[in-house]
Ligand binder design. Structure first.
Ligand SMILES: NC(=O)c1ccc[n+]([C@@H]2O[C@H](COP(=O)([O-])OP(=O)(O)OC[C@H]3O[C@@H](n4cnc5c(N)ncnc54)[C@H](O)[C@@H]3O)[C@@H](O)[C@H]2O)c1
Ligand SMILES: [Fe+2]
Length: 399
């Protein structure tokens, strides 16, 4: 009965995602495109903006060029640097209060997915005042938010192009997925220069998040010719560049390739949604504080293997895209080789396999929430049983 409800809901979600009106953003790409984007702030007529970031990025000097460009072009700015990883309601409220009291008319977000998500919601809350809980779900904001300029500093979440913001409710610790097509930033800079200093561990984890977006989008029942094109582009780029960027952060070709990969993956999953890997990863973030990319990497191959035969044809095609396999390999063999390549990549980049502090008693809650999240939002290729998901999550304690 529950599965039937999930299937009907998946059809509704699929059509909603397809029909949502989206304004295509303007994208600047290449070295120093973040500065080009900042020059456009004045050209577009904004004279006072809120710069949203986190404390580490602000104190590291990463924003110096951005601040200097805004000053040079006569744009006044206030800085909100209070965003924490997996941002919570209070940070959105504090940032919005700053932009309201400072009479800012646009928002510039410079940071990873946490900063971008918090900034998206600050811009929305400003024009849609209310309880943040009431935005949990699909298309709950009535008015467009303040104009938003996005400069991602990690190559992972794709939040710069997605219609989602994941904001944690500090009372329930639930990571609320707020989905609204009005949240897609209007202006984006994909600037590898700003990602150059990313440490290898964050490069690896965020890159695995992008890979998970691409693969889960490709397997989604809501995928289309366009999303498949974007998802395969991301897979191609990630297999070519992620380990290179991990090993040598100064390899600008690899950094540039990963910035584009995360963007393509975001474009794909923003229209198809994700799957059980994210359903589980969000719970690991909630219960154990596991960073999002690490959490995805812990279960991506295991979830793909558990889907079984139904995903073999699609995984076989992704193996071809990634340059894996031999002529004559069956679809099942190619699917197995693709999954093994992800395991190898995960090992090569020394990604952790176990969430810190996961207790046996946490597992039923994680499984229940993952089932509920996937059932409500993700058109997965096959619905898994509680027992199957329990096996996957249980293995994280024994790995
Ligand atoms: N909106 C979406 O579509 C979407 C999709 C996936 C994930 N998310 C959310 O995004 C968040 C995760 O974002 P993330 O993986 O980008 O990590 P993050 O934004 O939480 O950043 C992780 C750490 O990396 C540091 N960092 C960021 N850029 C850096 C750089 N260039 N150099 C050095 N350090 C740098 C940050 O200061 C932070 O300490 C989660 O909350 C997740 O739920 C959102
Ligand atoms: Fe993700």
């Amino acid at each position: 009965m529950k599965i039937l409800y999930f299937k009907l809901r998946a059809v509704v979600v699929t059509w909603l995602m397809r029909l949502l009106p989206r304004n295509p953003p303007i994208v600047y790409k290449g070295i120093n495109s973040a500065l080009t984007l900042c020059e456009q702030v004045a050209v577009l007529g904004y004279t006072k903006v809120l710069l949203v970031t986190d404390h580490f990025l602000d104190s590291s000097g990463l924003l110096d060029g951005i601040k200097a460009t805004l000053q040079k072009t006569g744009v006044e700015f206030l800085v909100y640097d209070g965003v924490l990883p997996d941002p919570a309601f209070d940070q959105v409220q504090a940032g919005e209060a700053m932009l309201r009291s400072g009479h800012c008319t646009a928002v510039i977000a410079v940071g990873g997915g946490s900063v971008l998500d918090a900034a998206k919601m600050m811009a929305m809350l400003h024009t849609n005042p209310g309880d943040l809980k009431s935005f949990d779900g699909i298309q709950k904001c009535k008015k467009p938010g303040l104009p938003l300029f996005a400069i991602p500093t990690t190559a992972g979440t794709g939040s710069e192009i997605t219609l989602a913001a994941v904001i944690t409710d500090p009372v329930t610790h639930r990571k609320a997925p707020i989905v609204d097509s009005k949240m897609i930033p209007g202006y984006i800079a994909l600037d590898a220069q700003i990602m150059k200093g990313m440490p290898p561990g964050i490069t690896a984890a965020t890159g695995m998040d992008a890979l998970t977006h691409a693969v889960e989008s490709y397997l989604s029942k809501a995928s289309s010719t366009t999303t498949e094109e974007h998802a395969t582009a991301a897979v191609r780029l990630i297999f070519k560049y992620l380990q290179r960027a991990f090993r040598d952060g100064d390899d600008m070709e690899a950094r540039d390739g990963m910035a584009l990969a995360a963007f393509y993956a975001g474009a794909a999953f923003g229209k198809t949604s994700v799957g059980y890997v994210h359903g589980i990863a969000h719970q690991l973030g909630r219960v154990c504080g596991t960073p999002h990319g690490n959490a995805n990497a812990m279960v991506l191959p295991e979830v793909l293997a558990a889907y079984g035969d139904c995903v073999h044809p699609r995984l076989a095609r992704l193996a071809g895209v990634a340059g894996i396999g031999e002529p004559g390999d069956s679809q099942a063999v190619l699917a197995g080789k693709f999954i093994q390549a992800i395991v190898d990549m995960r090992r090569d980049m020394d990604l952790p396999l176990q969430p810190k502090g996961l207790k046996a008693g946490d597992i039923p809650g994680i499984v229940d929430e993952a089932i509920a999240e996937a059932g409500a939002l993700y058109p997965v290729p096959r619905y898994m049983s509680e027992a199957e998901l329990t096996t996957i999550v249980n293995a994280l304690r024994a790995a």
